[in-house]
Write a protein that binds this ligand. Sequence first.
Ligand SMILES: C=C(O[C@@H]1C=C(C(=O)O)C=C[C@H]1O)C(=O)O
Length: 286
Amino acid sequence: MGMNRPITIGRIDYANAWPLFHELEDRVEWNRYEVIKRVPSELNRLLQAGELDVSAISSFSYGQNADDYMLLPHLSVGSIGKVNSILLFLKEPLERKRPERIALTATSATSVNLLKILMTLRFECEPEYVTAEPVLEKMLETSDAALIIGDQAIQASWQNHGLHVIDLGQLWNEWTGLGMTYAVVAARREAVTAAPDAVQAVYHAIKASKQYNKMHLRPLIEQACSQLGGDSAYWNMYFHSLQYDFDSKLQEGLKLYFDYSKQLGLLAKQVELTFFEDQSAQKVKE
Ligand SMILES: C=C(O[C@@H]1C=C(C(=O)O)C=C[C@H]1O)C(=O)O
């Protein structure tokens, strides 16, 4: 047992994940580890390839690889209603004209499939989808609508571009009555088998970061204002509206999303949510 190399941790390179990862490095009680910061689609690829051991990933990517992964409990990025950073920008309102071609950001997996579910089942609309770099003006040169996520979506929402904007978290919530989880934190089962103590240490560090950051949002809000723009009222609202705990209500929303994904052939199999067992919690129970 054990690992002859550092345990590798992937963190999402968007503000939405700061409350999980800000100052994580100060909390990892494991001597050798490495933190890698990337956009979600890149983290999805690295965890799948075994180049990461534990990572925040798109929840859709968990659905694709559930046999190889375990979810770290009580960790997520989700929303019940508006998410504010997963936005469809349309040249014409959806009620007036169904888009024929939609450009999808190359950085996402959950949101692009969420959009496909909503378009097909909610609006009975089957547009052509094209993947593109998340640059709104460029995407709209050749498409009727564009989906972007994360910091770029937030910044685009502040511009006065005259486009119609749909928040996918809000649309999902109005349609299903449920919340949606866009990102989860997963460990490779191989890593759990080879180095359970290292995975446990990383899990505790992310949980401790989340607990601390939720009570101390001020430095995150200040960092967001200076790095990304906007004012503290905006970032206060943003961090407070995101759901980081993956409680049973949010799990219910994600299960429905996986069921629809299976129904539409976006996922090959039914998905089970399998959780890493917190060893220290076990010990306390005994
Ligand atoms: C809230 C967000 O959640 C995210 C959306 C993801 C996806 O669509 O695959 C993955 C991780 C999160 O960053 C966001 O990016 O704005």
